[in-house]
Ligand binder design. Structure first.
Ligand SMILES: NC(=O)c1ccc[n+]([C@@H]2O[C@H](COP(=O)([O-])OP(=O)(O)OC[C@H]3O[C@@H](n4cnc5c(N)ncnc54)[C@H](OP(=O)(O)O)[C@@H]3O)[C@@H](O)[C@H]2O)c1
Length: 235
């Protein structure tokens, strides 16, 4: 089993590495980090320092990683040291918007372009992108957080569009978007105050939820948006 985890230095990425190591036999994990040095080291993990919003880095990564069973992209950003998500359109900042697109949408487009061949073959393979329910247009009832919302909506459209192309070109690959729920990581830290305890998940729980979803889906489910609960979310 060969698995590529993009963003292995993040809260959910680290938990996924640990879950994949215990869930699968004879597993090799290829994992990326960007600015945070890896916390887990082990003979089954091969680390790459990669900026997945830069095409040259993604191309170099593709050359060093073999054929895969799974690619899971956990990279994402919601806030910066000096910038919180917008409460209203008056706070919109083009640079912050561009940073959101670079972290939340662009990497999945580059990864699907350069890793399509790694996921082709006779066996079922998976391409998973971590999205967020907030990127669902149909589910948007409260507004706000414009840059993050738009970037995750762009990611969702990318997944849906690529799934249509891959149904023909690589019909055994399941490509899905995944919503982890509010999870206790650096990304959600500034926004956890009003989250009920039972709605703030551990990265460990979320990693297990994703692996549960992956055991249930087949290529017939490609192009869908799943919640941690296993339910489908409208695009
Ligand atoms: N936590 C939540 O409540 C929540 C809710 C809904 C959706 N999500 C989504 O779940 C995913 C995982 O989030 P998390 O909670 O684990 O966040 P996190 O702990 O903040 O981790 C974010 C990861 O993204 C990486 N990253 C950011 N920009 C990058 C770039 N340009 N190139 C390469 N790596 C980059 C970081 O790498 P370095 O640290 O090495 O720079 C880190 O590994 C994200 O897509 C997020 O949007 C999270």
């Amino acid at each position: 089993m060969k698995i590529l985890i993009i963003g292995g230095s993040g809260g959910i990425g680290q938990a996924l590495i640990e879950h994949c190591l215990s869930a699968y036999d004879d597993v090799t994990i290829y994992a990326t980090y960007h600015s945070t040095p890896p916390a887990v080291q082990n003979e089954h993990i091969v680390w790459f320092k990669t900026d997945v919003s830069a095409e040259q880095d993604v191309m170099a990564l593709a050359q060093h990683v073999p054929h895969l069973n799974m690619l899971i992209n956990t990279v994402g950003a919601l806030h910066q040291p000096d910038k919180r998500p917008e409460k209203s359109i008056n706070e919109f900042d083009p640079v912050f918007f561009q940073n959101n697109l670079n972290a939340n949408a662009l990497p999945t487009l580059l990864l699907s372009k350069h890793f399509a061949n790694h996921l082709k073959g006779k066996h079922q393979t998976y391409f998973v992108a971590f999205s967020a329910r907030i990127g669902s247009i149909e589910d948007n009832r409260i507004g706000g957080w414009i840059s993050y919302r738009c970037s995750k909506a762009a990611l969702n459209m990318a997944i849906k569009t690529i799934s249509i192309e891959w149904k023909i070109k690589q019909p055994r690959c399941c490509i899905i978007a995944f919503h982890p729920g509010t999870t206790d990581t650096q990304l959600s830290k500034p926004f956890q105050k009003n989250v009920p305890t039972d709605k703030l998940f551990t990265p460990d729980y979320v990693a297990q939820c994703l692996l549960n979803v992956l055991t249930k889906i087949t290529p017939a489910e490609t192009g869908k948006f799943y919640s941690y609960s296993g339910d489908e979310i409208p695009w």
